[in-house]
Design a protein around this ligand. Structure first.
Ligand SMILES: Cc1cc2nc3c(=O)[nH]c(=O)nc-3n(C[C@H](O)[C@H](O)[C@H](O)COP(=O)(O)O)c2cc1C
Length: 194
């Protein structure tokens, strides 16, 4: 069930050093291709990276786990592929929401195929643009890192209103999620905004 898949997906930042088959990566892009798009303009383009030399160069433009400086992928845990989500400014000038939706489609189809993923917004876009030889008409919106998971993060409850993810004594990453009752109101808020 899709709900169970969404529940069991966690962001993966450490990867097994095993190649990801091209077909799996293309299936992820295909899911993005078929995703909702505002006014069906479909302004996104994609660069798939799996070349060994480029993998390292792309890695050097990314920032990982801002809350946990100790939870960075080491050289032996680097992603084995990237899908770079681009906005084609010849089609649309402002990014809107399409890229986020595409990133989620990529992450879910990756997860469904046994792959881990991390959506990254903390990207040195200027440098990555040069590394990938992108024309001026393409803007980098998000990068999705991919590979077979080498960690098993778990969803957790938010404690003391703190949503920062944290590592336990076994180096397992805990990702606090707000409770349903804390985020849902039926049919609006009360007049006093409670
Ligand atoms: C738009 C967006 C940008 C993100 N950027 C980064 C990033 O630059 N680096 C990183 O390590 N994680 C990044 N993440 C991953 C989030 O930290 C992660 O989704 C969050 O901690 C919740 O964990 P979960 O995905 O396992 O539920 C990003 C996620 C989203 C949706």
């Amino acid at each position: 069930m899709i709900y169970e898949k969404i529940k069991s997906r966690r962001t993966i930042r450490k990867y097994v050093q095993k190649d990801v088959p091209k077909e799996m990566l293309l299936r992820c892009v295909d899911a993005a291709r078929l995703s909702p798009s505002a006014a069906n303009r479909q302004p996104l383009k994609y660069v798939v990276v799996n070349d060994e030399e480029l993998l390292e160069k792309v890695f050097s433009t990314l920032s990982w786990a801002g809350y946990l400086p100790d939870h960075q992928p080491s050289e032996k845990e680097m992603p084995r592929a990237y899908i770079v989500i681009l906005l084609d400014k010849n089609i649309l000038q402002k990014p809107g929401h399409d890229a986020g939706i595409a990133a989620m489609s990529i992450s879910m189809v990756a997860h469904d195929q046994g792959l881990g993923s991390c959506i990254l917004g903390a990207v040195d876009r200027e440098r990555l643009k040069k590394i990938l030889n992108l024309p001026d008409s393409l803007d980098i919106i998000l990068v999705v890192a991919l590979g077979y998971p080498a960690e098993n993060p778990v969803a957790d409850k938010v404690r003391d209103l703190d949503t920062k993810y944290w590592l336990d004594e076994n180096a397992v990453l805990h990702v606090p999620k707000r409770e349903l009752e804390d985020i849902v109101k039926w049919n609006g808020y009360q007049k006093d905004h409670t």
